[in-house]
Design a protein around this ligand. Sequence first.
Ligand code: ADP
Ligand code: ASP
Ligand code: MG
Length: 405
Amino acid sequence: MELIVQKFGGTSLSDEQGRYHVLRHIIREYEAGLNIVVVVSAMGRSGEPYATDSLLELVRHNGNSLPSRERDLLLSCGELISATVLCSLLHAKGFSSVVLTGGQAGIMTDDRFGSARIIDIKQHKMRRQLEEGKIVIVTGFQGMTTDGEMTTLGRGGSDTTATAVGAALNADIVDIYTDVDGILTADPRWVSDAKPLAAVSYEEICNMAQNGAKVIHPRAVEIAMKAGIPIRVRSTFSEGEGTLVTHTQALRNKGIWFDRTVTGLAHVRGVTQLGVINHDGLADLQLRVFRAMARHEISVDFINVMPTGVHYTVSEDDTPMALQLLQGLGFEPHIRKGCAKVSVIGGGMNGEPGVMAVIVEALTNSSIPILQSADSNTTIWVLISENDLAEALQALHTAFGLHLT
Ligand code: ADP
Ligand code: ASP
Ligand code: MG
């Protein structure tokens, strides 16, 4: 019998109307005779009563005093609330369902509280409940260490629960239900004419997700890719098929792979550009700078190393520490806060001439300075001021004809 995993995000579960649609999707598949594991996130977004951010807010004023083990206990409440509410709705309609916490579902993790990694999934309990004909509801975003401690998987981790459970149970598909029509050519909150993509490869969406497209967690995609389980990202609120994510070859075989140079745009805000100029002819300036960053686990990006000095970026959060370290080394760094990293992504841009020319032309026509750039065979990144972000995304989206997708 076919087995599917259906994951519902916070916005899908936050009010009665959303939960009505969630039930509709579950019941449709159940009545079609499928085995179903439902993975849920905490309800709603920041400010709503049981959202993950709202739970964090309960202790924020205490000076972040809650130890990470207890913080995970607090965070795991959100998913438990949505799972039990959904269970009660299913029972009210006469469908037998059971709620399993991450630990009860057999999701074993290491003990990195707040960003735990799944090390194993013991699937017997989920299997037994499915064999009894029940709809199994698993609380997303959480697991358990081998000595019984509750852990959480890092923000956005319910997606990871869904694909990890899908991989463990060898599901036919993992459906990620959310508040948009699938994976779009750009974040619709920033680009009003962003269009849903019918299909993307694992590599493309992984790339988009790693570069800031929050529609799915990159770790979730990596797990599905490794197991070869297709994902469908689709809307809770419509009947659309959404976006199919699988291997490029599988998409080609289905006749739904489109050779395209650029697939979509992604962006990250809150980036700081740092520059250290080599006034004193120091032979080891570069080594000193990057060794200091590495020792303090500061992740660096947009690295540009020249005989005259170095330029690189760090996140807003890491900026004070990075500055302190550079000043401690006796440097007077140039600093530009409030930057954004825009990624132009496409599996088909490899060896295709002219992509950078289109980017430069679009941004120049909008009088948007490029502060730095970098490229790989599937992505071109540009660093710009955050103030220019909306205009830059729109200009690039139009220049690559993504609105015609
Ligand atoms: P959920 O609560 O369902 O997990 P998220 O907020 O985590 O929802 O992810 C869905 C959001 O991702 C959308 O509302 C959208 O604003 C954002 N997003 C960013 N980039 C993209 C993209 N390329 N395609 C679709 N959505 C995107
Ligand atoms: N509720 C968790 C979060 O907000 C996990 C998730 O939604 O995927 O990060
Ligand atoms: Mg999410």
